[in-house]
Design a binder for this molecule. Sequence first.
Ligand code: NAD
Length: 478
Amino acid sequence: IPVDDFDLVIFGGTGDLARRKILPGLFRRFRSGQMPADSRIIGAARSELDTSGYRAMIREAIVEFGGDEKSDTDTLDQFLNALDYVAIDAKGEGGWSELKSLIRDKVIKAFYFSVAPSLFGDLAERLHAHEIADTDSRIVVEKPFGRDLASAQALNATLAEHFDERQIYRIDHYLGKETVQNLMAVRFGNVLFEPLWNSHYVDHIQITVAETVGVGGRGGYYDKSGAMRDMVQNHLMQLLCLIAMEPPSVFGANEVRDEKLKVIRALQPVEAHHIVRGQYDASDDAASYRADVENPRSFTESFVAMKCHVSNWRWSDTPFYLRTGKKMKARTSEIAVVFKDLGHKMFEGDSARHRNILAIRLQPNEGMDLQVTIKEPGPGGMRLIDVPLDMTFADALGDDAEDATDAYERLIMDVIRGNQTLFMRGDEVEAAWAWTDPIIEGWEARNDVPKLYDAGSAGPDDAMMLMHRDGRRWRDIK
Ligand code: NAD
């Protein structure tokens, strides 16, 4: 479905994120006919480039980072014709009047802040001072949104000086994933799951986001941040909210976000012995975290595992176990809803534990599977086995799955449509920091030393113990 005509300005349009994700994503939307022919995309960044230089840069990016597989060069040329470029200084006056002259009246105006957060205030202020943005314009802001409650509040206050909350789109690309939205469809669109979605039937929930990469080129930033700030406060908490929230009365932006906020507010403070911090160590051909960030005395965590409680009627007895880390043995993101054991076993000789598990995979192979217990085929009597009912999107949807929109392009189209459902509201972000701040402050106050784990492993042994103590185990990372 095509969106309305728009002008989209990408501040930081020459940066890594713009070249790897934003522009290849926009190209795919263009190719599928969703972007109106007159719409413009304006890169605005520090580099002294002209428009043809910028188009050449983006052509290369699209060829390198994907999106070009199915298209002829004509389509790419047409897309590149929709691009302009302005060299701009967020902190000075250079480039702003040129930018103003490029923006049309009477179209949707969106401004993507793909720059360091320290520039958000400058951009907001200049967009306002130069009368480029109007009361219907939208701004999109990237993570990290603050590094604690105080800085997030300050950032919210700065943006609020020039933009209303309804104009601010705080992006968390996890929320743009097909499976994440499907999670809501499965929960609220079927009669099967919602009646069981509570402490009476759910033993526990596991959320794992495991990466195989280390800190890459982001060592300087990451070492001041760590897994708790970089992953847990935003991505994992957002996933937890979607799993745990009450059904909103309608699927509207504020209704969904109200329910997510209630979950964050119901999270109990986490006791220190319910958290394991880890840092990857060298192994075989992999360097240690400390070598990667070039800080031999770093105590920053590249791994966190924790047990949390959502203290409300629905979840009072169901723990949520969260785990995320870098340099783990496989790249996996999944949510597993582990149901309780049957109260009574009627099949003689069946001593094994059989459990229903709904596993929602965000990557790789987005999809879901539901582990169910059936009779082992053959003449051996009533022997039971657990098998997955697999619903990999690529299998279930065939060709349509190939067009499954990448998270960024879906979210950008939502910005143009004015749909904030999949974006974090200011109060949500602040509530999430209010929950994580005391945990991080506790570590800092006692100079907590993270447990080392081998690069390429499943994390520190203590993370295994966190579950074992409760008679549970993590699902395999594979
Ligand atoms: P980058 O360093 O590659 O690019 C920064 C961009 O900002 C460049 O285009 C540069 O020209 C522009 N810029 C810098 N100073 C400027 C100024 N004074 N005036 C105008 N433009 C200026 O950064 P990036 O990796 O593209 O990240 C951009 C934002 O997105 C950051 O907030 C980052 O935290 C966030 N982010 C990035 C990724 C990623 O994968 N790269 C992922 C999540 C979030």
